[in-house]
Design a protein around this ligand. Structure first.
Ligand code: IPE
Ligand code: IPE
Ligand code: MG
Length: 254
């Protein structure tokens, strides 16, 4: 392996977040129903867990249903929820095989009972796995989550002066605890499939310094080579986190 290839291998993102978009457009192009698009999209879940683990990615978050997706036609929402209730249990044996631990982000208490149950069971069954974390984002909204963090912060203090002192001393690192980020790493690479170039209320907090990658491939057609292309692109980028290029490369003193 050449030294440049070696360098690329060392630059694997720890946390990859994916906006799995384009199910509907993919289905329309094939003459299928939108729900069939979602079904084929759900099948990619299994693949992406495998590819991510193979690539050495530690966490992969998957945007499956946003807080805004409740605005969709009732039948589509019902279909999506039913799909989760039926498909998730089938994925558990595979997740066990992969050593994948399932986590969730978003207010899952608002999901229909069957979907919620399937989710709880899958989370429990996979809780001791350590190869890769799969973070399913359901009824997830980045803005709502930040508001919840503020509410958690405010509920934490008994006196106004205690609250005031903590507010004055608040840092992003401290605030992360109120967002329940003990187990979630910052997003290194944010991928959106389906051609749109927006983040649609995903990971507003965690993606503060994420590298963004957009691809025209619709989610049901997403392949390992698509993921590899994103990872190669990521490996070639210089992440500066506010510093100069010279500082990052160690040419200049800190
Ligand atoms: C993403 O695909 C899946 C969900 C949002 C649930 P879409 O359903 O948004 O597909 P398009 O954007 O209409 O093609
Ligand atoms: C974002 O896709 C949400 C998910 C992939 C779950 P949308 O299709 O809902 O996003 P917009 O509405 O086009 O921004
Ligand atoms: Mg869409």
């Amino acid at each position: 392996m050449s030294s440049s290839e070696d360098q690329i291998n060392q630059r694997v993102p720890q946390h990859v977040a994916i906006i799995m978009d384009g199910n509907g457009r993919w289905a329309k192009a094939q003459g299928f129903s939108r729900l069939e698009g979602h079904k084929q999209g759900a099948k990619r879940l299994r693949d992406v867990i495998h590819w991510a683990r193979d690539a050495g990615i530690k966490q992969v978050s998957l945007y499956a249903f946003s807080t805004e997706n409740w605005k969709r036609p009732k039948l589509e929402i019902q279909g999506l929820m039913a799909l989760m209730a039926t498909m998730l249990p089938l994925e558990v044996p595979k997740m066990m095989e992969e050593g994948a631990r399932l986590l969730t982000l978003g207010d899952t208490s608002k999901l229909p009972w069957l979907a919620r149950k399937a989710l709880q069971r899958a989370v429990k069954a996979t809780q001791d796995n350590t190869s890769v974390d799969v973070i399913l984002c359901l009824n997830y909204g980045g803005q709502q989550e930040i508001i919840e963090g503020i509410q958690n912060f405010c509920a934490n203090f008994e006196t106004a002066s205690e609250k005031e002192a903590s507010l004055a001393a608040l840092t992003p690192e401290l605030f992360a605890a109120y967002l329940g980020r003990e187990q979630i790493l910052p997003v290194d690479l944010l991928i959106r499939t389906g051609g749109e170039k927006r983040i649609s209320n995903f990971h507003l907090w965690d993606a503060a310094y994420a590298e963004l990658y957009f691809t025209d491939t619709n989610w049901p057609a997403y392949s390992e080579s698509d993921l590899k292309a994103a990872l190669d692109d990521y490996a070639r980028r210089e992440r500066r986190f506010g510093k100069t290029s010279e500082q990052v490369q160690g040419v200049e003193n800190e």
